[in-house]
Every structure is written in structure tokens, then in C-alpha cells.
Design a protein around this ligand. Structure first.
Ligand SMILES: [Cu+2]
Length: 667
């Protein structure tokens, strides 16, 4: 289907249909249905081409109410896209899986993809902070008339929301709800337009004949577009780690809302490691993609919308995966969420053998396949995952038929009230059980051989690859040696109120900082040089395990809190920071190198409400020999830092000279 033809179809469906305002009746929620396969868009002849039209649709979301699960209609932003098989339009959560391939050497170029992003949403507030207060709230201007914010989590004073409004400064607030863009999380591609470009503001289309009357300065280097924008990612380089990645909207100020609406989808990049693994199992290895989401219609801090929504898997409540006795499957988890209630431990039950094979879409080195360093050593069947993380496992079913629960438990610090709701939610999922099932693993009866033959049943994958057959890491995933580290980058994630006092969960006066400052789109906070490596020392002085995420290049985790890892280190692109206090911060040590791509991108907290509210930094990778320049992205993968191809780098943001966040907030 050509883009033009598709647009005709899309616009045709937008015409108001008869009975359009009839109330949506949702079908009953069936808990424990077989895990569904998310629709896929697959690259053909080296290219994946599609259109994502962002629209408001009424979608049915499972919501727990007492012991009941009720399909509840919600108005949600969603990608409407054509199904390549039928040409029919589809939408819903999660978004469609994009499946592409990286090059297999000696080939230099893998698949490319292009997505025409069309914004069909109604107009929004643009560059104005949304109020956290219900309409009609009269906030006193005298701060002394505001309630004590530390008491707000319990006393629910209606003026508590005024603290949010008072302490927020544009652009570090919820704003521009219907402005969007795209981020390809986990990809090693150019951050420049029109590739993994998150500084875009794609606003709703203007009415016909109306010109953009935008009085706001286009932020330096940032593109403001109306109605549609063509994303086009160059052919993947060999240095792209194959694996389980994902995509989601990343427009500062509305990231959390649009992710909570369920827009993200998986982006699976295949390559030689997958070929090897499938070959090992003789083509019998079954793969399951499990996209974790929590769907909310609003993220307004004072909107009472599903404060403890269920963690859905492919849009389902506790779906079932059916396996043959002793069968091994590859499970790809994507934590496609935005807040603490999906910072969870996944607990595999006794009888199920699990081996992690990749983290954040990067394959494990042989030593880590053997050591399994990311399972809790005290509880080796427990795996912790944060919003933004992906994890791939080989899962072996027990030999005996029956159903086992893969359970989950929220590990993040959450407000007491949310904890209560979570308890009720878990009780509704599994009455009397200590932990609620995330996924049910059903081991079917082994069929008698004759019957299997009659059905033409395929052989199933069994056993695990022996360690000595595990493939070596490719050259670009070799460890970053300490003697190659050029600079130390030091970051402190903190939460504090307007006086600079450390502030906690549920306190409406809380502001979110990195190095005592908030995100400023007009400059960058960290400048790195192409073809060099840095050590990143990241501390956390707050009681929340903010998931640190950086775009464009993965990092190696050398130390996480009190756990120092052995080389070779695991590659990740998102890591929950250990919690701490200003006196005793939690911290991690990471190493990162910057290959091939120059330009401007970001690092941020993947509790996306914190990101929208300022816990983000601008980052750029500049030319090694000229830190004032970067190069224009080159589709053929040739070096960017060459004469005639240079563009000015971004200015450096001022650093905080007064360490008090109060001073930072007033800057
Ligand atoms: Cu955070």
C-alpha cells in the first residue's frame, strides 16, 4: 500500500461514523487466556516502511475493581497503522512489533526503516504547563497558606496540588499532551533528524489554510513540525546490538502520558547471534515476546485513574504460555512502562529452569551466560526489571504437566495508598496467594508418539547450549578497558523540595534534579567525544530507584551498589539506580564508548513522569579533534567528522554553582 493510498484510507476512517458517540461496551476480561502474538511489521528487501497515525481511540482496558476484572473503555492515544497483509487499519496496545535485521558480515548494511508519523490528535496546550489541580481550585499565592507538603500523602488536602503548580517551571512539567515524536530505544543509530531524533515536536495538524502562528522560538536545533513528520533510519550498522529493543514517543512533557496510553511497541533486531541460537535448536526454538504495560488514560498526579493498574502482558491479564513437557523457549521481556509500579521482580517458580541470554537487547558473553550475574544471588529465580529494560531468557518447562505461575512483585518504593491498591490488585489476580501471576506457564500433556506423528507435531527445543559452544562476543561488544577511559562523568540524581530539603514519594513539593539542575533544551549538559570512552559515576540521593537511561550507545555495568561485577561486564542501556540519601547515596559505575554517531541526544530517568518534570540531561557526541563541531549523519556509514560535513555543536549548559536545588529551581 503506498503512503498516499494509506492516507486516503486513514482520512476516510476519520469521517464521523453514524453512532460514533454510542458508549463503547467492552467484552468481559478473560484472565489467563493464551498469550497473544502482537501484530508484526517486518522489513522486506532491506526496508521496513509504514505509517503511524496517532489518534485518540476508545480502547478497552482491564481494570481491577474488588475481586473483579472489568473491561473499561478509555480514551487513549494509539498508533493506527495499515496491516500489510490485508491493508486494513489496526491499532491498540502494545503497538505493532517492528522486526528488522542487522548486517551479517561481510555485509556492511542491515535493514533500514521509515515511518511516516502523522499526528491526528486535537490541539493541545503547547508550551504551557498543565495544572495538577482540578479546574476551579483557588491556589493561594502566599506560600504560608499552603498545606505542609510532607503531610499531603496522608491528609489529602485539596490544596496539595498547588505545590506541584508552584514548583514547576516550563518546560519541566507536563505539557503538550498531543505533541509527539518517536524514539527507538536501544538502537545504535544516528540521533540526528530524521533518525532517532527525540528533539522533534510534532504538533497536531493545523486547520487547512492556517499557518503556524508559533511565537515560541524553535529551540536551538529542535524541529517543530505540524501534522506529519517522516522518520527515516539509515541501514543498521554492524555495531548495532541485535536483540529485543522497543520504540515509544519521547516528546519532553508528554512522554509519560503517551507511554501510559499504551503507544510503545517492540523493535526486534535480528542477526548472527539469533541465527546461531536457532541453528543450535535445529529450528525448533519457539520465541515469545512479552510486552509489559500499565495502561492509564491520564498521568495527572491528582487524577484518580488507576493508580495501581495491572501489569498487562501483550495487553492481557496474566496470560498463559503453553509449553511441551521439558520444552525450552526464548522469552523476550520488554518493560514498556513509565513508573515505579512496573519496577518489578519477576519470580520464576520452582521446576522452571531459566537462563538469561541477553540484557537490554545485547547478547551475553559466554562468562555471563554461565554466571547469570543479574539474578539475585540470594534468590536465584528472582529477576529485577525496571521501566525501559528488556531481558531475554531461555525458559525450560518442567517435565510434569500442570500450570505454574511466574509471579511478580513491585520492588519500587511506592506510596502507602498505592501499596494498598497493589495488594487489592494482586488479591484479585490470585486470591490467597502471596504474589500475583504475571504469566502462567502451562505444561501440556506429552502426546503419545504415534499421535504426535499423526498430527505432524514438530520436535520441540530441549536442553541448553553448553557454555563452551556459546559464541564469542563480536568485536564491538568487547569490554571497554580502564586505560581507554578518557573522562569521568559524575551525575547525581536527587529529589528535593523548593527549600532544597530532600523530598520523598507522594510529596507534591518534590522536584526532580540531575546535578541540582533540570532539563534545558537550549544547551547540553554532557559533551562526549567520538571514538572515546568515559566512565560514568552515577549516584542517587533519593528513596526511589530512578532508572537511568541514555540514548545511542549502550554502557557496561562495572558496579551496581555494593555488587562489583567481574569482567566481561554486561551491556545495558537502562539501569535502576540503587536508592540512597544525601549522606549515603546509592551509586553505579558504568563505562560507555561513543562509536560512529555524532549529534545531540539525551539521558534521563525512565520513570517518565520524572523525565517530563526535569530529570533529563542533554548529551552530545562531538568530533574527537574538534569539540566545537559534530558531523552530519551519513547514510553510508562513512565517518561523519570530515571537512565539509561539520556543523556547530550545542552550547554547554551552565553547571550548578550553588548546590541547593532551591537555587537551581530559581535559575
Ligand atoms: Cu526518576
Amino acid at each position: 500500500l503506498s503512503v498516499a493510498a494509506y492516507l486516503t484510507v486513514a482520512f476516510a476512517t476519520l469521517a464521523p461514523a453514524a453512532g460514533a458517540d454510542e458508549a463503547t461496551v467492552c467484552p468481559p476480561v478473560v484472565v489467563g487466556e493464551e498469550l497473544r502474538t502482537v501484530p508484526e511489521l517486518v522489513a522486506r528487501n532491506g526496508k521496513l516502511q509504514t505509517t503511524f497515525s496517532v489518534e485518540m481511540k476508545t480502547l478497552c482496558v482491564p481494570v481491577q475493581n474488588g475481586g473483579q476484572w472489568i473491561g473499561t473503555p478509555m480514551e487513549l492515544r494509539t498508533y493506527v497503522y495499515p496491516d500489510p497483509a490485508t491493508g486494513q487499519l489496526k491499532w491498540g496496545f502494545p503497538g505493532p512489533t517492528l522486526r528488522v535485521r542487522k548486517p551479517t558480515p561481510p555485509a556492511k548494511h542491515g535493514d533500514s526503516w521509515s515511518i511516516l508519523l502523522v499526528n491526528q490528535l486535537p490541539p493541545d496546550s503547547g508550551h504551557v504547563c498543565e495544572s495538577a489541580c482540578p479546574a476551579g481550585t483557588q491556589c493561594p499565592s502566599d506560600v504560608n497558606q499552603l498545606p505542609d507538603p510532607t503531610k499531603c500523602p496522608s491528609n489529602k488536602d485539596p490544596l496539595c496540588c498547588c505545590w506541584v503548580d508552584r514548583n514547576q517551571t516550563f518546560p519541566d512539567c507536563f505539557h503538550g499532551d498531543n505533541t509527539t515524536n518517536l524514539h527507538f530505544h536501544g538502537t545504535h543509530v544516528s540521533p540526528q533528524p530524521p533518525q532517532d531524533y527525540v528533539l522533534l515536536e510534532l504538533r497536531p495538524a493545523l486547520p487547512a489554510g492556517k499557518l503556524p502562528a508559533d511565537e515560541h522560538a524553535v529551540h536551538r536545533g529542535g524541529i517543530i513540525a505540524y501534522g506529519q513528520y517522516q522518520y527515516a533510519v539509515d541501514p543498521l550498522p554492524e555495531t548495532q546490538a541485535e536483540g529485543t529493543h522497543w520504540y515509544h514517543p519521547h516528546k519532553h512533557g508528554s512522554v509519560s502520558l503517551q507511554v501510559a496510553n499504551g503507544m510503545p511497541g517492540a523493535l526486534i533486531i535480528e542477526g548472527p547471534f539469533d541465527d546461531w541460537l536457532r541453528g543450535y535448536y535445529g529450528g525448533t526454538l519457539v520465541e515469545k515476546l512479552l510486552v509489559l504495560q500499565e495502561i492509564q488514560a491520564a498521568t495527572n498526579l491528582y487524577a484518580d485513574t488507576a493508580k495501581a493498574p495491572p501489569t498487562l502482558v501483550n495487553g492481557q491479564v496474566s496470560p498463559t504460555v503453553t509449553m511441551a513437557p521439558g520444552e525450552v523457549q526464548r522469552w523476550r521481556f520488554v518493560d514498556a512502562t513509565m513508573k515505579g509500579t512496573s519496577q518489578i521482580s519477576i519470580n520464576f517458580p520452582a521446576g522452571v529452569t531459566v537462563k538469561q541470554i541477553a540484557m537490554d537487547g545485547v547478547q551475553f558473553a559466554r562468562e555471563n551466560y554461565q554466571r547469570q550475574p543479574l539474578f539475585d544471588p540470594a534468590n536465584p529465580s528472582t529477576f529485577r526489571i525496571s521501566p525501559g529494560n528488556r531481558a531475554d531468557f531461555l525458559v525450560q518447562a518442567p517435565a510434569t504437566p500442570g500450570t505454574l505461575n511466574v509471579t511478580h512483585e513491585v520492588v519500587a518504593e511506592v506510596a502507602a495508598e498505592v501499596r494498598e491498591r497493589l495488594k487489592a490488585r494482586d488479591e484479585a489476580l490470585a486470591p490467597g496467594a502471596p504474589l500475583a501471576p504475571l504469566v502462567r506457564l502451562r505444561v501440556r500433556e506429552a502426546k503419545p508418539q504415534g499421535e504426535a506423528k499423526e498430527e505432524g507435531a514438530a520436535a520441540v527445543a530441549t536442553g541448553f547450549p553448553p557454555v563452551d559452544q556459546w559464541p564469542p562476543m563480536p568485536w564491538y561488544l568487547q569490554d571497554i578497558p580502564p586505560n581507554q577511559v578518557k573522562n569521568q562523568v559524575n551525575l547525581i540524581f536527587s529529589m528535593a523540595d523548593h527549600t532544597g530539603a530532600p523530598s520523598g514519594q507522594g510529596n507534591p513539593a518534590t522536584m526532580f534534579f540531575i546535578n541540582d539542575i533540570q532539563y534545558d533544551p537550549d544547551c547540553v549538559n554532557v559533551t562526549t567525544a567520538l571514538d572515546t570512552a568515559d566512565q560514568w559515576n552515577i549516584s542517587n540521593t533519593s528513596p526511589l530507584a530512578h532508572p537511568f537511561h541514555i540514548h545511542t550507545n549502550p554502557f557496561q555495568v562495572v558496579r551496581n551498589g555494593t555488587t562489583s561485577y567481574q569482567a566481561p561486564y554486561v551491556w545495558q542501556d537502562t539501569i535502576g539506580l540503587p536508592t540512597g540519601t544525601p549522606e549515603a547515596p546509592g551509586s553505579v559505575e558504568l563505562r560507555q564508548r561513543y562509536l560512529e554517531f555524532t549529534g545531540e541526544y539525551v539521558l534521563h530517568c525512565h520513570f517518565l513522569g520524572h523525565e517530563d518534570r526535569g530529570m533529563m540531561f542533554g548529551v552530545q557526541t562531538v568530533c574527537k579533534d574538534d569539540p566545537t563541531k559534530f558531523g552530519q549523519a551519513k547514510a553510508d556509514g562513512s565517518p561523519e567528522c570530515v571537512p565539509g560535513n561539520l556543523i556547530p555543536a550545542a552550547p554547554q549548559c551552565p553547571t550548578s554553582t550553588d548546590p541547593s536545588p532551591a537555587a537551581a529551581a530559581s535559575r
